[in-house]
Write a protein that binds this ligand. Structure first.
Ligand code: ADP
Ligand code: MG
Length: 692
């Protein structure tokens, strides 16, 4: 079934190499129960991950049913992981708010099996593990042993030829371990089970073969096997020749392929294929992530903790979308069968892609986190004066939904707002002439919900992480950040109204940043864009700019509350930014922000906290919050929560927004009707970036 020949796996961690596997050769039968024993860190998990196709080997050869995986394409690997292998982990990884049956079904949902069959197969798998009478229970109503059996049923439901179990009894007591082993033994009659365990007693009692691993090498094998050299089955035939009598399924697309599908393709190809495949691939990635997280990467984490903190921060959001149910809804949409020509007649039908997408995202459950309580908790010291996260987090940064309204006078003397959305709006109006602020609102609407923004990678302004501990630096940043960056010019911010420009290793900034510095206008950007479209060189000559010139830039910050002036006549507030005069008044009275220095990532830093752009300090955020709270408009609004004091009207009742599906569809259609072709393109792109 499987043959490993001299498999080696090296992990490169910083500048050392970890030899996790040092030449493993072994052959495994189609039906057997193999237990892999060995001390912690000897490479068991690595071996399992390689066999399961979750990790690639560095050297050697792995063959599946006589076919070498050397020439496996991404699609082959996906098919292999999806349909031929099942995984069981030490932690059960069940979805807490879904019942036992749905948990098992989910594995099939993601591979696009129709509902009725899904249920039948899930029940069958649960019966096999003795849980046929617990279908409607939720994971927290089960014992650990039962949860692990649900996990086994989930691995089994796709009827894979190989089941990989990484310390499945690790968290179970003896009795539950024995039950589980009996089930695995039973299952191994018609498939290959490879189980990693610490418990040699269990292994000896139940496994048909014990393989011992030490320091990345096999040191013992109780029941070795050498197959006769059979000619390799060609790829296509093998898929068809699968012993289980199922039709060949179209394997899921790889994650990358799915991502690379552009909106264009989406609009023309069958959406349902895309959705199913996309969802399926996320399932795989999810499993790979869980594996990676629950196992081997600790060493790596320790080693580069400081550096990666900034690249892989743990982010807690006030509101998150439940991705699992999103995927489920999306893939359920993909059901349905092709109609006959008679049923169809001579008509062209419409597939409501945009509406479905928006509606699904809208309907998907969002989880709300109580971040204020959490913030209070992590900021309350215990009796020894220790904070709960002392020693576990290098730095904590709070992000607020503050609008950073920063303006600059560009080289033409125009006052412009220096963020990406305004820039795009500006560029659009260069393109179409007139007003495209509606589009901006749309983009804000779609970007404000969660982190689903394609603009997050295009951010110009970024808050820097504050000092790790209160060090006696005279700057407002320190710790990791100052270790990661070299100061090229000037100084790190010393007060809240100072920011730094971050350049890359070649002292470059991107054109978006240049726009924000007022050194490139939207018109020039648009002209270059058009020139490139028609194959010409960009007409604008960009830089270089001297450090002094850059640091001469002065920005103006306008507090969101300051836009509004009270109008005695109407008893409401007017937005000053709506008029040119108002805007220039706001600008003149805005807080001056200076660039105090220019910094560049240190060549020794493995990863850096901020990608490039303009970095401001936490002190500025605090300033905005504190100042805003003193404003009249804010105080009034807080005093009267029922009324939108800007308009004098009551806030819309959220329940009123409960529209029927058809009404929503109409609303969405109406909205899109009003957009120009260019605006539609942006909107589509924006919506498609949601699943990332
Ligand atoms: P086991 O499962 O037997 O405890 P692993 O297979 O997890 O061992 O790990 C084998 C060796 O490889 C260990 O030294 C471990 O630290 C290292 N290792 C595993 N995964 C990674 C990784 N992603 N990056 C770096 N080193 C790793
Ligand atoms: Mg392990």
């Amino acid at each position: 079934m499987l043959r490993l020949k001299n498999i080696r796996k090296d992990y490169i961690v910083g500048d050392t190499i970890v030899h996790a596997l040092r030449g493993v050769s072994i052959e495994l039968r189609k039906n057997e129960f193999v237990a892999v024993l060995g001390p912690s860190g000897c490479g068991k998990t690595t071996l399992l991950n390689i066999i399961g196709g979750l990790d690639r080997y560095t050297e050697g050869e792995l063959s599946v049913s006589g076919r070498s995986t050397e020439k496996f394409s991404d699609t082959d690997w996906d098919a292999y992981r999806n349909y031929r292998v099942g995984f069981v982990f030490q932690t059960y990884n069940l979805i807490p708010h879904q019942n036992v049956l749905s948990n098992v079904e989910l594995a099939l949902t993601l591979s696009g099996v129709p509902k009725a069959e899904r249920q039948r197969r899930a029940i069958e798998a649960l019966e096999r593990v003795g849980l046929g009478d617990q279908l409607k229970k939720r994971p927290n109503q089960l014992s650990g042993g039962q949860m692990q059996r649900v996990a086994v049923a989930r691995a089994l439901v796709n009827n894979p030829e190989i089941i990989l179990a990484d310390e499945p009894t690790g968290a179970l007591d003896t009795e539950n371990s024995i039950t589980l082993m009996e089930i695995l033994k039973e299952i191994s009659k018609d498939r290959l089970i490879i189980m990693v365990t610490h418990n040699s007693m269990l292994a000896e009692k139940y496994a048909s073969r014990i393989v011992k691993l030490l320091d990345g090498e096999i040191i013992d094998d109780t029941n070795p096997y050498v197959s006769e050299e059979v000619p390799a089955e060609p790829a296509v035939k093998k898929a068809r020749g699968r012993s289980r009598d199922e039709k060949i399924k179209k394997p899921s697309m790889s994650f990358r392929t799915a991502l690379s599908l552009s909106v264009n393709n989406l609009m023309t190809k069958k959406t349902r294929t895309f959705m199913t495949s996309f969802a399926g691939s996320i399932g795989i990635i999810g499993i790979a992530l869980i594996l990676a997280l629950s196992n081997g990467i600790q060493l790596y984490i320790n080693r580069v903790q400081e550096d990666t903190l900034s690249t892989y921060p743990i982010t807690l959001e006030a509101e998150t979308i439940d991705l699992t149910s999103l995927l489920k809804t999306l893939s359920e949409k993909s059901g349905g069968k092709t109609k006959t020509d008679e049923e169809l007649g001579n008509y062209v039908y419409v597939n409501n892609v945009m509406y479905d997408l928006m509606n699904t995202v809208n309907k998907t459950a969002t989880t709300k986190n109580n971040l204020s309580a959490f913030k209070k908790y992590i900021e309350t010291p215990d009796e020894n004066g220790k904070l709960p996260l002392d020693g576990s987090a290098s730095s904590i940064r709070y992000e607020y939904g503050t609008d950073l309204n920063i303006y600059v006078t560009d080289k033409n003397g125009d006052i412009i707002k220096t963020d990406t959305i305004s820039m795009i709006q500006n560029m659009m109006s260069s393109a179409v002439g007139g007003d495209s602020s509606g589009l901006g609102d749309f983009m804000k609407m779609t970007t404000s919900s969660g982190s689903m923004s394609m603009y997050s990678s295009l951010k110009v302004w970024e808050e820097m992480i504050p000092p790790a501990k209160d060090e006696d630096t005279d700057s407002l940043v320190g710790g990791i950040l100052t270790e990661q960056y070299d100061l090229l010019y000037g100084s790190w911010p010393k007060s809240y109204d100072e920011v730094v420009l971050i350049v890359d290793s070649n002292n470059q900034v991107n054109d978006l940043v240049l726009y924000s510095l007022g050194l490139l206008t939207a018109k020039e950007m648009y002209d270059s864009f058009m020139a490139i479209q028609s194959g010409e060189d960009a007409p604008v000559d960009l830089g270089p700019f001297s450090f002094e010139e850059i640091c001469d830039t002065t920005f103006r910050l306008v507090l969101p509350a300051d836009y509004y002036v009270y109008d005695d006549a109407t008893g409401t507030y007017a937005n000053l930014a709506d008029t040119e005069l108002g805007l220039s008044t706001l600008y003149k009275n805005g807080l001056e922000i200076k660039i105090s220095g220019i910094v560049r990532p240190n060549p020794d830093a493995v990863a850096t906290a901020i990608g490039g752009g303009i970095g401001y300090t936490t002190a500025l955020t605090d300033y905005i919050a504190e100042e805003t709270a003193t404003r009249d408009v804010v105080k009034r609004q807080l005093a009267d929560k029922e009324t939108d004091i800007l308009t004098g009207l009551p806030f819309p009742d959220e329940d009123v927004a409960e529209l029927t599906d058809a009404e929503k569809a109409d609303a969405v259609r109406e909205y899109f009707k009003g957009l120009s072709a260019a605006e539609k393109a942006v909107a589509y792109t924006e919506i498609m970036s949601v699943p990332s």
